[in-house]
Design a protein around this ligand. Structure first.
Ligand SMILES: Nc1ncnc2c1ncn2[C@@H]1O[C@H](COP(=O)(O)OP(=O)(O)OP(=O)(O)O)[C@@H](O)[C@H]1O
Ligand SMILES: [Mg+2]
Length: 232
């Protein structure tokens, strides 16, 4: 049986935290001893550049630059090959995905994570994207699950309350609320996940990620019945 779980991070809206979530997920899985790969569909190549900055002494992550269609002397299927030992495949995607491209990307994935920021523009764009996912992407098919990552959260703000109201109307599980902190910016610069950052101020973020990964492991476990939008 194929025991590789595929986790895709998507939102047509730019800058909502797709790469931040994808890189932190891959490093968190690697830290748990689960062989991890990071698949980058974004021509900006941010996840792959993050991986290149990563110290080779750290828990290894296999990188696949899926956006690079100009690689000489290798077939496309060789380029996209996932090593057999990989157990968690994390897929980063570009902004602006829609239509047939969206359908293509969600095929065969176990869980779709949608990061969303607390701002009116992001909330509207995310509502449109989720509608697209459900209608065009036909995400209701059994076996594919959907989860929200509320990102750059600042509690006790009007924007955060508006986001929470929006998330309630969606009736899709919110798997984690990540706070806004420069720790994410520093981790991105150093090719590490938040748990690998040498800082005294990451305690709460590391705890958020531990809870997130635990929840994700449950949500994406193959034996569990699919969660459809509309169910809790
Ligand atoms: N929780 C957070 N707190 C502070 N900064 C954050 C947080 N999440 C992301 N950022 C920063 O916001 C910027 C955009 O994040 P990121 O690159 O992950 O978004 P993206 O959705 O991948 O963007 P794109 O659509 O361009 O691919 C980055 O500089 C990142 O470091
Ligand atoms: Mg990105």
């Amino acid at each position: 049986m194929d025991s590789t779980r595929r986790i895709i991070v998507m939102n047509a809206k730019g800058g909502c935290g797709k790469t931040t979530v994808a890189t932190n997920l891959a490093s968190a899985y690697a830290a748990r001893g689960l062989s991890a790969a990071l698949f980058d569909h974004d021509p900006q190549g941010s996840s792959i550049r993050w991986l290149r900055r990563r110290d080779p002494e750290r828990a290894p992550i296999h990188g696949i630059a899926a956006y690079d269609r100009a690689q000489a002397n290798v077939t496309r299927s060789w380029q996209l090959r996932v090593p057999p030992e990989v157990r968690r495949l994390v897929i980063d995607t570009p902004a602006g995905i829609k239509g047939s491209e969206l359908v293509e990307h969600v095929r065969g994935v176990d869980i779709i994570l949608v990061p969303v920021l607390p701002s009116p523009i992001d909330i509207q764009a995310t509502a449109d994207f989720i509608r697209d996912l459900l209608l065009v992407g036909k995400v209701r098919t059994p076996g594919t699950r959907l989860g929200i990552v509320a990102n750059r959260v600042r509690e006790n703000t009007l924007a955060f309350r508006a986001l929470e109201r929006f998330l309630e109307t969606l009736r899709i599980p919110v798997l984690v609320r990540l706070r806004e902190t420069q720790n994410y910016v520093h981790a991105a610069e150093q090719g590490v996940g938040i748990h690998e950052l040498k800082s005294y101020s990451t305690g709460r973020d590391v705890a958020d990620w531990q809870g997130f990964i635990d929840r994700l492991e449950e949500e994406s476990a193959p034996a569990r019945p699919a969660v459809h939008p509309g169910e809790r």
